[in-house]
Ligand binder design. Structure first.
Ligand SMILES: *[C@@H]1O[C@H](CO)[C@@H](O)[C@H](O)[C@H]1NC(C)=O
Ligand SMILES: *[C@@H]1O[C@H](CO)[C@@H](O)[C@H](O)[C@H]1NC(C)=O
Ligand SMILES: *[C@@H]1O[C@H](CO)[C@@H](O)[C@H](O)[C@H]1NC(C)=O
Ligand SMILES: *[C@@H]1O[C@H](CO)[C@@H](O)[C@H](O)[C@H]1NC(C)=O
Ligand SMILES: *[C@@H]1O[C@H](CO)[C@@H](O)[C@H](O)[C@H]1NC(C)=O
Ligand SMILES: *[C@@H]1O[C@H](CO)[C@@H](O)[C@H](O)[C@H]1NC(C)=O
Ligand SMILES: *[C@@H]1O[C@H](CO)[C@@H](O)[C@H](O)[C@H]1NC(C)=O
Ligand SMILES: *[C@@H]1O[C@H](CO)[C@@H](O)[C@H](O)[C@H]1NC(C)=O
Ligand SMILES: *[C@@H]1O[C@H](CO)[C@@H](O)[C@H](O)[C@H]1NC(C)=O
Ligand SMILES: *[C@@H]1O[C@H](CO)[C@@H](O)[C@H](O)[C@H]1NC(C)=O
Ligand SMILES: *[C@@H]1O[C@H](CO)[C@@H](O)[C@H](O)[C@H]1NC(C)=O
Length: 566
């Protein structure tokens, strides 16, 4: 027999496959959350067995809009939540477990121009915690087809994930549905033994090779984890001959994931049976994919192979299968390779070559090295754009104080990180994730100025003007040594202005329009109030947190091989 990879893993998986046979009950435990944004009431999707909730427990901002239901589109697409307030960001809060791998899918559909459709043009971005995920833009009705985006992330050391819509140049951001699924912890890890550093993956495509021309995309309950598998069909993909093992294999399941089964190897993606039972057949399989994202140079892919044998044909598919798990590289092996150059890499059996041309067209080509094999069966292929998780977050004590200020003044529902990926409208942040300015001008604040604003040591500008603040001006504000602007005009502040503040070098302190305020025992001018120094001190734009560009273009490949067990 030919040399093959990892025998120990092979045996482990083989045993598993045998025990899993016939465990076919659809198991909704991985479908943690399915939200139909803007829907008026929850409902059950009887075809798929998915339970859809409304979004009211996950967000308080925005308004829900229902469109007239048409035919041919998912029910989730006929309602959406619209964010018209003009805030820098609006965030859904999703509860998650730490150290768990999740798939997150959203759909955006602005409607087809009816009265309750989204007003175009619109553009905005979507982020997950501090990670930019994707940009959305629709200018005319031509852009109004459904957009689906999927990401996979793991090892976020957080109990909440913020899915945020970040306002763009034009229009009101909107969203139609949010789906959160749990994946086995070690799936899509793409490195040999470790989940670190955490990754944020963005789906390129997930293909079912060998699908019939009449096949539709499939998902749960055919895929336990509700991944969607799209048929790889002409004209986008070549018309390769197909092998169809469904008559032999329909009662076998390779995929039903059993969390009680002890396994500890990485890169277990658990492809569904429905993907594995049909395949492209050829001696040299080649197809093109299009690069759709420029902001990372790292793409990972998983090939799913079954039955690599000489001269195999469809009727020769065997029910007695095993899996060869071959990890052909982790970051350690690949760091020094130039772009997509796979010439130094060896598979035991196959040569996948992946070449990108100047137009972002990526050619994927799988063929044999040599030897007795003449036919390959390629069952599936997935690829993802890879990002390091951006763990930047607002300095925690600053964040706590902002939370207190928010609660104290009843500022409403500001969710997500105060600074990342864009700051809340009423703060700006410095490059060290500290709060730099606080702009609460004209926010209808009443009550005293919170003492603990003075625990934001990096503050340079505070605008509290044009509110209804009462009480004294806290002396402790003088401890903010970097403060250059403190605007307190047009409030109901009382007492004497602390001399420490009046004597602070470099501080522009404005306080007119506070009838009860005195300076050295003398009343300060009541009105008309000069407007505070706002215009002279433009607030720095929010932090750039664009995902860093990766200089090294890397490709991590995982090969999954199902061969007959003899
Ligand atoms: C959905 O189905 C579950 C049972 O699986 C039931 O308890 C629930 O009431 C149903 N919800 C709706 C909105 O029909
Ligand atoms: C989104 O747009 C911004 C600016 O227009 C750009 O910097 C960023 O790379 C884009 N992100 C993606 C994922 O395309
Ligand atoms: C598959 O299962 C069905 C129902 O359990 C049974 O009727 C059929 O004979 C089985 N097919 C094969 C090929 O074993
Ligand atoms: C892939 O794209 C290249 C360049 O456009 C083209 O020559 C080749 O025929 C394409 N291959 C397939 C399988 O479509
Ligand atoms: C990728 O970059 C090229 C040139 O820099 C640009 O024309 C193209 O629009 C970019 N594509 C995406 C998806 O951002
Ligand atoms: C497929 O293989 C079987 C068994 O080797 C053989 O009898 C049959 O003729 C082959 N069919 C084709 C189309 O090659
Ligand atoms: C695929 O790669 C093999 C081996 O490098 C080569 O012989 C073959 O021509 C390639 N096929 C295509 C369609 O590019
Ligand atoms: C800030 O002060 C308020 C009341 O003075 C207090 O309730 C709150 O706990 C303080 N917040 C922090 C983070 O110390
Ligand atoms: C301003 O605050 C005082 C109490 O400090 C309250 O009586 C008054 O109604 C407030 N005015 C406005 C316009 O909110
Ligand atoms: C503070 O925010 C208000 C809007 O809420 C804006 O009009 C004003 O220009 C901002 N001030 C500064 C200094 O940016
Ligand atoms: C995180 O913040 C630092 C500055 O504090 C910045 O240099 C770095 O690029 C940021 N990381 C990401 C991924 O945005």
């Amino acid at each position: 027999m030919e040399k093959r990879g990892s025998y120990s893993l092979l045996l482990v998986f083989c045993i598993y496959v045998l025990t899993a046979i016939n465990a076919q009950q659809p198991d909704p435990r991985f479908l943690v959350l399915s939200i139909d944004c803007g829907a008026a009431s929850p409902y059950n999707d009887s075809t798929l067995g998915i339970k859809w909730q409304t979004d009211k427990n996950y967000i308080t901002t925005g308004t829900s809009v229902q469109m007239k239901e048409g035919t041919g589109l998912l029910k989730q697409l006929y309602s959406y939540r619209s964010f018209t307030s003009g805030r820098s960001k609006d965030c859904y809060t999703l509860k998650v477990n730490t150290d768990t791998t999740y798939l997150l899918r959203v759909r955006l559909f602005p409607g087809s121009g009816g009265s309750s459709s989204v007003a175009l043009p619109v553009d905005f971005s979507v982020s997950v915690n501090s990670n930019h995920w994707f940009n959305y833009s629709a200018v005319t009705g031509k852009d109004s087809s459904e957009v689906l985006q999927e990401s996979i992330f793991y090892s976020f050391q957080m109990e909440e994930v913020y899915l945020c819509l970040l306002k763009g140049e034009r229009g009101a951001p909107f969203i139609n549905s949010i789906e959160l699924r749990i994946l086995p912890k070690t799936s899509y890890v793409f490195s040999k033994s470790t989940l670190e550093p955490p990754k944020f993956l963005v789906l390129g495509d997930r293909l079912n090779m060998g699908a019939k021309s009449t096949d539709q995309p499939f998902r749960f309950p055919n895929d336990d984890f509700d991944r969607i598998w799209w048929p790889a069909l002409p004209p986008k993909y070549p018309p390769y001959s197909r092998a169809d093992g469904s008559s032999i294999l329909s009662n076998l399941t390779f995929d039903n994931y059993d969390p009680d089964y002890p396994y500890d190897f990485t890169n277990e993606n658990w492809p569904p049976t429905k993907t594995l039972i049909d395949a492209w057949v050829g001696s040299d399989l080649s197809f093109n994919i299009t690069r759709e994202r420029n902001d990372t140079n790292r793409i990972v892919g998983s090939f799913y192979f079954m039955e690599i044998r000489p001269n195999v044909n469809a009727t020769e598919l065997d029910s007695d299968n095993e899996v060869i798990y071959e990890n052909i590289g982790g970051p350690d092996d690949y760091n020094s390779l130039p772009l997509f150059d796979r010439s130094e890499q060896s598979f035991d059996l196959l040569v996948p070559t992946i070449e990108e041309n100047a137009n972002g067209l990526i050619n994927v080509n799988v063929s044999f090295y040599s030897g007795p094999f003449t036919k390959i069966l390629l069952n599936g292929f997935e690829y993802y754009y890879v990002y390091e998780v951006n763990i930047n977050a607002t300095y925690s004590s600053d964040r706590d104080i902002l939370e207190s200020i928010k609660a104290n003044f009843d500022l409403g529902d500001w969710k997500g990180d105060p600074c990342y990926p864009v700051a809340w409208d009423w703060v700006t942040c410095d490059s060290g994730s500290r709060i730099q300015t606080l702009n609460l001008t004209g926010m209808k604040l009443s009550g005293p100025i919170p003492e603990n604003i003075s625990s934001l040591p990096e503050l340079t500008e505070i605008y509290l003007d044009n509110n209804n603040l009462s009480g004294i001006i806290p002396e402790s504000l003088a401890s903010l040594t970097k403060l250059t602007i403190l605007a307190l005009d047009n409030n109901q502040l009382t007492g004497d202005i602390p001399t420490q503040l009046l004597n602070m070098p470099g501080l522009k302190l404005t306080f007119s329009g506070n009838p009860g305020l005195t300076r050295g025992g003398t009343k300060v001018p009541a009105s008309p109030a000069p407007s505070p120094a706002a215009s002279s001190a433009p607030i720095r734009s929010s932090l750039k947190s664009d995902v860093a560009l990766y200089r090294t273009m890397l490709l991590f490949l995982t090969i999954w091989v199902l061969v007959p067990f003899r």
